[in-house]
Design a protein around this ligand. Structure first.
Ligand code: DAH
Length: 357
């Protein structure tokens, strides 16, 4: 019995985990374990022998059982210590900066100009980016042979073989939204239409996809003076200055008569773009009095109604306002650029709190 005791207490002390411990329990004090076998031998003993051996076997069994449960508790403590050590967290460490997203300058500029035009009484209208050739060109007084179609470097959609209808186009400007809005709403109307447009062109100030905002105001007594005032108010509010130098240049667009292009004074000194100073001019918009044919194409009587329209390059506004010299970087998805030029997500631009902070 002393040998059994030494053997099992030794094994228990050595056991490395709960499984090993359970195996020891089965072979020592389990139903068919060594102690149980010894108990069976009691029957063959004389009563005197049994009186000594019986209590001794029970004591051995108790001793092994308590050694087992003590070891089990000790193993659980070790496991817990190990867990606490690996799951340890130093709550005094400084926090890591969160890699959160930011608002792209084009989205920011769009929010800003929407806030300004809302104050001037314009609501927002939208149209499809895949446009019919009629809305993008014909309805805007650009017939099939017109050179403006070629100048615009249009992307044409594919038509099935044998389908003779004119192909759809990726809209080359936001002007077709003028037509769709007049068709839907009639007159009087005062809307802006911001959105993406497409042309096959690529250099420092041109990308194949860019953004414009169209403006349209149609009523019974609208003049060029109203157009000039709205544009000046807009540009001052957008650039957050009391005065900006604008240049109205006589121009030609098929959909306006008369037409004017507007440039803003800027400088490009060693890659730095600044507004309001220098000897350069950057064209930011086209505008004019809406051509009677365009008003008629929108389903409105041009003998009763007239108005003005304009189309502004949003990306160019953002370049000028935020001093970003290369338009192509807007669409590179370079995270470092986005973090540098992006805006905090919760700073919604409004005229009272400040457009951009
Ligand atoms: N659609 C012209 C363009 O993309 C811009 C434009 C010029 C829009 C004159 C207008 C306008 O509404 O009146 O080049």
């Amino acid at each position: 019995m002393d040998d059994l005791k030494a053997k099992y207490l030794g094994q228990i002390a050595e056991a490395g985990d709960e499984n090993a411990l359970e195996a020891i329990r089965v072979s020592a004090v389990g139903k068919k374990g060594e102690v149980a076998l010894k108990m069976r031998e009691l029957g063959k003993m004389t009563p005197e022998e049994r009186q000594v051996a019986g209590p001794a076997l029970n004591a051995l069994k108790d001793e092994i059982n308590s050694a087992l449960s003590a070891k089990k508790a000790a193993l659980a403590d070790v496991a817990l210590d190990e867990r606490l050590r690996t799951e340890w967290l130093d709550v005094t460490l400084p926090t890591r900066p969160r890699r959160q997203g930011s608002i792209h300058p084009v989205s920011q500029a769009t929010e800003e100009l929407t806030a300004i035009f809302a104050e001037l009484g314009f609501s927002v209208a939208e149209g499809p980016r895949i446009e019919t050739d009629w809305h993008n060109f014909d309805a805007l007084n650009i017939p099939g042979h017109h050179p403006a179609r070629a100048e615009m470097d249009t992307f044409y959609m594919h038509r099935a073989e044998g389908d003779e209808r004119p192909p759809h186009v990726l809209r080359t400007h936001t002007s077709p939204v003028q037509i769709r809005s007049m068709e839907k709403q009639g007159a009087p109307i005062r809307i802006i239409c911001p959105g993406g447009v497409y042309r096959a062109d690529y250099d420092q100030t041109h990308t194949p996809m860019f953004h414009q905002v169209e403006g349209l105001a149609i009523d019974k007594d609208i003049s060029m003076a109203n157009l000039k005032w709205v544009l000046e108010e807009f540009v001052k509010a957008f650039f957050e200055v009391d005065d900006v130098e604008l240049r109205f240049r006589a121009s030609h667009f098929p959909f306006t008569e008369p037409s004017a292009e507007v440039d803003i004074r800027c400088s490009w000194d060693n890659g730095q773009l600044k507004i309001g100073e220098g000897d350069d001019w950057m064209e930011i918009l086209g505008s004019g009095m809406v051509h009677p044919k365009v008003i008629a194409a929108g389903g409105i009587d041009p003998d009763v109604y007239q108005g003005f329209a304009f189309g502004i390059g949003i990306d160019r506004l953002a370049m000028l306002k935020y001093g970003i010299p290369d338009l192509r970087a807007f669409f590179d998805s370079d995270l470092r650029w986005l973090r540098h030029y992006g805006f905090a997500a919760l700073d919604m631009p409004n005229l009272h709190g400040g457009l951009s902070r």
